[in-house]
Design a protein around this ligand. Structure first.
Ligand SMILES: *Cc1c(COP(=O)(O)O)cnc(C)c1O
Length: 350
């Protein structure tokens, strides 16, 4: 049995630890009270994010979930509906907050790969009559997490925004990993998100920061979101200590995401070479790899337990499928080691 001391943690790209440059920036951060809008580091971060996305304003929020919720609550009234994808984060992993706190009903569209088309969502838009709840918002996810890091073709995202606007709807992007999408497409985040009314992205995923997300959009929307953030308990004080790390993540993080994508492809190809694991490696676009372990005779929970005994961690999607995510704290040799361990556990015997 192969053993090394390092735990190879592929459960998520959220597990990354702040880099030495981030730690330094945090220690030296200039701070003020951000509820008074007086934290210079937060103000700098928000302005820089708005500049990168070509928007009027940005708002730093404690989590992606709060960012998504604030954007939904700012653009859909109680009793209205939000169209979203059935496996999407806002529907499955945010504690039903849009319903519980926003009074909004999700209207879900199942897809094969997480990517909705206008033709799929158009029939879900409510007729404009006072006897039906009214559709207010469409929420897309790019990259789509639980579909395996899939990317919206930019033309399709633009078409959905245009047609939704024609129908009188707003469009929100859950862009937790939108920089991964931009790297895959070879386009800027400003270009691929330019038609959305609101965009949320995470510093705490592939960009490598310890905490935080950003929402960007037009100034009136951002000011509305500032009120909602405070209502949700997300008004933070000398939060420049965290924003300082996010600034480093924003400038440096995107430059190396292609490495995570290459490592994900190596992982997927290696998994495809292990008998009884089912994966289509040519479908991997970004840093998320989902595969089926059902043919091994093990449930995903048992498979993952055996991997963890050998210091390799992944996550279960369901009883058959496993998700592994590459990030800044795993390199090519870690992927090779993970593949050796997985091969042993499946019984090929490397
Ligand atoms: C991680 C994630 C979020 C936000 O998660 P938080 O843990 O609340 O920061 C939102 N959407 C997607 C697709 C995500 O992967």
């Amino acid at each position: 049995m192969i053993m090394t001391d390092k735990i190879i943690d592929l459960r998520s790209d959220t597990v990354t630890k702040p880099s030495p440059a981030m730690r330094r920036a945090m220690a030296e951060a200039e701070v003020g009270d951000d509820v008074y809008i007086e934290d210079p580091t937060v103000n700098r971060l928000q302005a820089r994010a708005a500049e990168i996305f070509g928007r009027e304003a940005g708002l730093f929020v404690p989590s992606g979930s709060m960012g998504n919720l604030a954007c939904i609550m700012a653009q859909a009234e109680r009793g209205q509906e939000v169209i979203c994808e059935a496996a999407g984060h806002v529907y499955n992993y945010e504690m039903a907050s849009m319903a519980a706190l926003g009074g909004v009903l999700p209207r879900v569209i199942p897809t094969a790969d997480g990517i909705m088309t206008w033709e799929q969502m158009a029939p879900a838009i409510r007729e404009k009559t006072y006897t039906r709840p009214q559709t207010a918002l469409v929420a897309l996810e790019n990259t789509h997490n639980m579909a395996g890091g899939t990317v919206y073709p930019t033309g399709l995202a633009h078409e959905i925004c245009d047609k939704a606007h024609d129908a009188g709807l707003k469009v929100h992007l859950d862009g937790a990993r939108v920089f991964n999408a931009a790297v895959h497409l070879g386009q800027s985040v400003a270009e691929i998100t330019k038609k959305f009314d609101s965009v949320q992205f995470c510093f705490s995923k592939g960009l490598g920061a310890p905490v935080g997300s950003m929402i960007v959009g037009a100034r009136p929307l951002i000011e509305r979101c500032r009120v909602i953030r405070k209502m949700l308990g997300g008004g933070m004080r000398q939060v420049g200590v965290i924003a300082a790390a996010a600034l480093v993540a924003l400038e440096e993080g995107p430059k190396r995401l292609h490495v995570d994508h290459e490592n994900a492809k190596i992982l997927a190809q290696g998994l495809a070479n292990i008998p009884r694991l089912v994966i289509q490696p040519q479908k991997i676009q970004t840093n998320i790899v989902i595969y089926d372990v059902g043919e091994t005779g093990m449930a995903s929970s048992e498979f993952l337990q055996r991997l963890s005994e050998r210091k390799v961690l992944g996550g279960a999607v369901d009883s058959r499928r496993v998700r592994m995510v590459t990030h800044v704290d795993v390199d090519w040799s870690d992927i090779e080691q993970a593949l050796r361990v997985i091969g042993e556990v499946v019984g090929k015997g490397f």
